[in-house]
Design a protein around this ligand. Structure first.
Ligand SMILES: [Zn+2]
Ligand SMILES: [Zn+2]
Length: 291
């Protein structure tokens, strides 16, 4: 059984519509695919219909933008009820923050002499639930300012770069509680990717585990082999679920092909068991996993 639990559609910053993404996942030989758009469940319905048709299991998820002190941490929430009011309110606040920083980013880039307008960015984002930095990056690529999204982020859009504007993110432990309260389970995405090892040492992960964290994403393209080994041993120490996934973005990110990393079936089963327990404890009608 091949399981990929972390992908993005055009509802956030991927390039494929949810239905297309799910069909591609089936064509790539996956048995289970998780749709985890940033801070939104808006792609779930379309993806579920496509999954039923393609005969692939869909795990409904989302990747929540959280903050741990000054650091940004991505939290994968699987199978929460997205209509649970505290979670829905937090997601709305994050999406609103993402949308409202676009004009500020454009103003900074224009100040640097680049012709990047809010209108062009909104057009680029099309059907996305929120317009954000990846769409700004796409406009910069189209204008020939940078070669690809990575260069746009590295030179202009990341914290500390001249086009960066801060925005709202939920405190990490609060986000874990929101997911649990909505009957779902939490997994930290790429915990040690891009210099985050110092942000999330074992002691911090132990603390988060006590607050309800279910697992960590170990097999991810941002982790070198030795990083994966270290994280795997921490997961063993702390009894955390180990996941692996592609973090596929369609053509929006290279080297993240569907199924390039996968989750072991027994780890997937543990995750589903924990989600069932959380759903029972919360009393929320958690969305079922489509077989
Ligand atoms: Zn992420
Ligand atoms: Zn992601």
């Amino acid at each position: 059984m091949r399981i990929d639990l972390h992908t993005h559609s055009s509802v956030s910053d991927g390039t494929d519509a949810p239905a297309t993404l799910v069909r591609h996942a089936a064509e790539a030989g996956l048995d289970v695919v998780g749709l985890t758009d940033h801070d939104t469940a808006e792609g779930w319905r379309e993806a579920a219909a496509a999954a039923a048709e393609a005969g692939i299991t869909l795990v409904r998820g989302m990747e929540i933008s959280t903050a741990l002190g000054p650091a940004s941490v991505h939290l994968l929430g699987y199978l929460p009820d997205p209509t649970h009011p505290p979670l829905a309110m937090a997601l709305a606040k994050i999406l609103d923050g993402r949308n409202s920083r676009v004009p500020a980013i454009c103003a900074k880039l224009q100040g640097l002499g680049f012709d990047v307008t809010e209108e062009a960015v909104r057009r680029r984002a099309a059907e996305a639930a929120a317009t954000g930095r990846p769409h700004v990056a796409d406009v910069m690529v189209a204008a020939g300012i940078v070669a690809d999204r990575d260069e746009a982020f590295a030179r202009f859009l990341n914290p500390g770069r001249p086009g960066y504007v801060n925005r709202y993110a939920v405190p990490l432990s609060e986000a874990i509680a929101l997911v649990t309260g909505a009957g779902g389970v939490s997994v930290i995405a790429h915990p040690w990717g891009r210099g985050r090892a110092g942000v999330l040492p074992e002691a911090t992960l132990a603390d988060l585990r006590a607050k309800g964290l279910a697992g960590i994403e170990v097999d991810h393209q941002d982790h070198a082999p030795e990083t994966r080994d270290q994280l795997r041993s921490i997961a063993r120490n702390l009894d955390l679920v180990v996941t692996g996934s592609s973090d596929h973005h369609g053509t929006g990110k290279t080297n993240h092909d569907l199924g390039c990393n996968t989750t072991a079936p027994e780890e997937y089963e543990r995750l589903l068991d924990l989600a069932a327990q959380a759903a029972a404890a919360s009393g929320r009608p958690a969305p079922r996993v489509l077989a």
